[in-house]
Design a protein around this ligand. Structure first.
Ligand code: NAX
Length: 329
């Protein structure tokens, strides 16, 4: 029997956690022959709910689930012990009428401890996906509190934005979503993100050519993608959960496999200075993975419109970084 892959999920009894852990256990992500051990982490008041999640995992009788370890968030090193993947979901979600920026000081401190504990306890090959918002800056905090972990191991999630954008393009063009490729999300997972339609293709043709309506891209597509999270909150009275969990799994799959020739996927990673972004910021880029590490897609030319959008989201991330300066070790 293969050695189990150990996956830690923080906030495992929350809405996203509940939509995430069963799919992790089912074999969907790492394959039908690969056992998975789940380390489920919650704050102490949520541990009874976590017992219920474990019971339901038992009741699924997944052949790929090698075991479950439940850990309270006061013992994070136990939670991350020997983990190959850490999915940081646990945090306070954005409520109705609340902007992500408001969350930054509430959720930031969770991630100093997270970074330290991941460095102290996780497996040598650990990779981390930060979902909890503000995810770019939470990832920045955790990464800076774990200086011994190589920087290419850290991802903040912009895959949900990529998936939202792909669907908008598919629906507008009347094509299936798998016809849409090369959909880049630049910058912050926030309302300033830049969903870059200029690189997107539909059945191999440039999306702007296929759709042929510049005003639609600028006046509808971009705002719809940027504000989709707020629209879901408005409609559901709660933030995106199933689609967010799906995107977290898509991120793990994309990072863990070779990107198809000519395509890329979106995630926010530690900038090496590409495209004029400050080195060390966690910035959303188009990435090409070899299954272990990634490269930023190079050579994309941005017109003035795109440059302004990228500058705006970059400035927001600089401000967020300045707000949490005291938390960057
Ligand atoms: P829930 O409130 O349903 O669940 C969060 C869970 O985290 C709760 O069970 C809570 O007990 C737990 N938790 C809180 N602090 C913790 C800590 N220090 N350690 C461990 N667990 C802790 O929120 P949910 O809807 O699941 O959303 C979770 C996070 O995802 C939020 O920050 C939310 O804003 C963020 N999102 C990120 C998205 C992205 O694309 N990056 C999209 C969806 C979502 O908005």
């Amino acid at each position: 029997m293969k050695k189990p892959i150990r996956v830690a999920v923080t906030g495992a009894a929350g809405n996203i956690g509940y939509a995430l852990v069963f799919r992790l256990a089912s074999g969907e992500v790492f394959g039908p022959d690969q056992p998975v051990h789940l380390n489920l982490i919650e704050i102490p008041p949520a541990l009874p709910a976590l017992d219920g999640v474990e019971m339901e995992l038992d009741d699924c009788a997944f052949s790929t689930l090698a075991g479950v370890t439940k850990v309270d968030s006061d013992h994070l090193e136990d939670g991350f012990a020997d983990c190959n993947w850490v999915l940081c979901v646990g945090s306070i979600p954005r409520g109705k009428g609340m902007e992500r920026g408001d969350l930054i000081r509430v959720n930031g401190p969770i991630f100093t401890n997270t970074g330290k504990a991941i460095q102290a306890a996780s497996a040598d090959d650990v990779r981390i996906v930060v979902v909890g918002n503000p995810c770019n800056t939470n990832c920045l905090i955790a990464m800076n509190n774990a200086p011994d972990i190589p920087r290419d191991r850290w991802y903040a999630m912009t895959m949900l934005d990529q998936n939202r954008a792909k669907t908008q393009l598919a629906q507008k063009s009347g094509q299936g979503v798998s016809a849409v490729k090369r959909m880049a999300i630049w910058g912050n997972h926030s309302a300033t993100q830049f969903p870059d339609f200029s690189t997107a293709t539909i059945n191999g043709k440039p999306a702007p050519e296929v759709i042929g309506d510049d005003a639609w891209f600028k006046d509808e597509f971009i705002p719809v993608v940027q504000k989709r999270g707020a629209a879901v909150i408005q409609a559901r009275g709660a933030s995106s959960a199933a689609s967010a969990a799906n995107a977290a799994l898509d991120t793990v799959k994309a990072a863990n496999s070779k990107t198809a020739d000519g395509d890329f996927f979106s995630a926010a990673v530690c900038s090496d200075g590409s495209y004029g972004v400050d080195e060390g910021l966690i910035f959303g880029y188009p990435l090409i993975s070899d299954g272990t590490t990634w490269k930023i897609e190079q050579g994309i030319e941005h017109d003035e419109f795109a440059q302004q959008k990228i500058e705006a989201t970059l400035n927001e991330l600089r401000e967020e970084r300045d707000t949490v300066k005291d938390l960057l070790a």
